[in-house]
Design a protein around this ligand. Structure first.
Ligand code: NAD
Ligand code: ZN
Ligand code: ZN
Length: 379
C-alpha cells in the first residue's frame, strides 16, 4: 500500500510499504478515505521528538471497515468509522474511567497509545491506504448514514474537535463565562468553537497569524492580533482589567514570540496574567518531558520557568493533558449530524495522499491560508 513515512527532520515521502492487516482477532482493517495533518505531526516532522525513521504518520483517521477479526462483534464490514487518535483497550483502570488517552494496556510501561505517534506505541499511522485498528469494538465510532456527505466534518472527531472541547472542559468553561484562548491553529479554533457551543459570553483568541484569526472571527470569537506582545494588554482591556474566567493553551512547547523565537513558557505565563483570580486554565498544547532540540536550557529537560507565585496568589487552577477523545466524540458527532456543528469550516486544503509531502511543508511553514490539510488516500 502507499503510505506517508517519516524519513528525518522535514523529510517525509509517500512510498510503498507492506499492507496493513488484521493481526489480532480484536482488530479491524480500515480503508482510509480521509486523514488529516495535525499540529502534533509537526512536532515530529520538525525532528523535535524521537520519532523513528520509516514509521507511518497520521492519527486523524476516517474510513470504511473492510475486514474484522474473529473477536469483533459490534463493528461490521462496510461501516464508516472515525477513529479516536488515542488507542484504548476499554478494560484497564484508566479506560474504565473514560481516560482513554491514558490506556495502560496498549503501550506497556506507559500510559497512552496512538497511531503514528512518537512515544505512543508501535502503531502505524493512517496517512496511508489502510490502517489496522486494535480493539476495534471499543475504538471505532460508527458514523451515521450521512457519513460520506459530512466526511470532512466527521473526520474532525478523530482529534481536534474533541481536543478543543477537552481544553474547555479542563479549564472548566461554563455558560456565560469569558474565555481566552492562546493559539488560533486548528486546536485553538476548535476550543473557541467548543466554548461557543457551551454558551460562553465572550471568546477571545490570541495569535499572530491574521488568516487564522479571521476564522476565529467568522465563528463569532474576538480576534486578538498579538503585535509586539500586546496580546496580554488587549485581553485585560476586554475584561475590565480582571482577566477572563477561563483560559486555554492551544499552542504547546514550540510556542514563539512576535519575532518568531521559541519561548516555551510564554503562553503559560500569559495565561496566568490574563485569567482572573480563581479562574481555570486548560492546557492541551503539547509539552514534553525532554526536548533535546530546544534552545532554552530548562526546556531541554522538559522544565518551564512558570510564574507559580502569581498563579498561586491568584488562586488559579490548571489541568492538562491528552484529550480522552472517546469521552466526547459521540456527543460531538450528534451535533454534527443534527447540523449544529460544522467543524470542517477550518479546512483550507484537500489533497491526494501523493501530495502529502507538499502539504506538510506548507502547513509547517504556516503559509498564509494553510490552516488545515485533509488528505484523501482514495483519490
Ligand atoms: N492534548 C491533545 O490531545 C492534543 C491533540 C491535538 C493537538 N495537540 C497539540 O495542540 C497544539 C496546537 O495544535 P494545532 O494543530 O492547532 O497546531 P498549529 O501549530 O497549527 O497551531 C498553533 C498556533 O499557535 C500560534 N502561536 C504560536 N506561538 C503563540 C503565542 N505565543 N501566542 C499565541 N499563539 C501562538 C501559531 O501561530 C499557530 O497558529 C500542538 O501542540 C498540538 O500538538 C494536543
Ligand atoms: Zn492531531
Ligand atoms: Zn485501556
Amino acid at each position: 500500500m502507499k503510505a506517508l513515512v517519516y524519513n528525518g527532520p522535514r523529510d517525509v515521502s509517500v512510498v510503498d510499504v507492506p499492507d496493513a492487516k488484521v493481526e489480532k482477532s480484536t482488530d479491524a482493517l480500515v480503508r482510509i478515505t480521509t486523514t488529516n495533518i495535525c499540529g502534533s505531526d509537526l512536532h515530529m516532522y520538525e525532528g523535535r521528538t524521537d520519532m523513528q525513521a520509516g514509521r507511518i504518520l497520521g492519527h486523524e483517521n476516517l474510513g470504511e471497515v473492510i475486514e474484522v477479526g474473529d473477536a469483533v462483534d459490534r463493528v461490521k464490514v462496510g461501516d464508516r468509522v472515525c477513529l479516536p487518535f488515542n488507542i484504548g483497550c476499554g478494560f484497564c483502570a484508566n479506560c474504565e474511567r473514560g481516560k482513554t488517552g491514558y490506556c495502560l494496556t496498549v503501550n506497556p510501561g506507559n500510559a497512552g497509545g496512538a497511531y503514528g505517534f512518537a512515544g505512543m506505541g508501535p502503531y502505524e499511522g493512517g496517512q496511508a491506504e489502510y490502517l489496522r485498528v486494535p480493539y476495534a469494538d471499543f475504538n471505532c465510532l460508527v458514523l451515521p448514514p450521512d457519513a460520506q456527505e459530512k466526511e470532512n466534518d466527521y473526520v474532525m472527531l478523530s482529534d481536534i474537535f474533541p481536543t478543543g472541547y477537552h481544553a474547555t472542559e479542563l479549564a472548566g468553561v461554563q455558560p456565560g463565562e469569558t474565555v481566552v484562548i492562546y493559539g488560533a491553529g486548528p486546536v485553538g479554533l476548535m476550543a473557541a468553537y467548543s466554548a461557543m457551543i457551551k454558551g460562553a459570553s465572550k471568546v477571545m483568541v490570541v495569535d499572530m497569524q491574521k488568516d487564522r484569526l479571521a476564522l476565529a472571527e467568522k465563528i463569532g470569537a474576538i480576534a486578538i492580533h498579538d503585535v509586539e506582545g500586546s496580546g496580554v494588554e488587549q485581553v485585560l482591556e476586554l475584561t475590565e482589567g480582571n482577566g477572563a474566567d477561563r483560559g486555554c493553551e492551544c499552542v504547546g512547547y514550540q510556542c514563539f514570540n512576535c519575532k518568531g523565537h521559541e519561548v516555551p513558557n510564554l503562553t503559560m505565563n500569559n495565561l496566568v496574567k490574563t485569567v482572573k483570580p480563581t479562574g481555570g486554565i486548560g492546557v492541551v498544547g503539547v509539552f514534553i518531558p525532554e526536548d533535546p532540540g530546544a534552545e532554552d536550557k530548562l526546556a531541554k529537560q522538559g522544565h518551564l520557568a512558570f510564574n507559580f507565585g502569581e498563579f498561586w496568589f491568584k488562586g488559579q487552577q490548571i489541568r492538562t493533558g491528552q484529550a480522552n477523545v472517546k469521552a466526547y466524540n459521540r456527543q460531538l458527532c450528534n451535533l454534527i449530524q443534527a447540523g449544529k456543528a460544522k467543524p470542517s469550516f477550518l479546512i483550507s486544503h484537500e489533497l491526494p495522499l501523493a501530495q502529502a509531502p507538499e502539504g506538510y511543508k506548507r502547513f509547517d511553514a504556516r503559509e498564509d491560508g494553510w490552516t488545515k490539510v485533509v488528505l484523501k488516500p482514495g483519490g
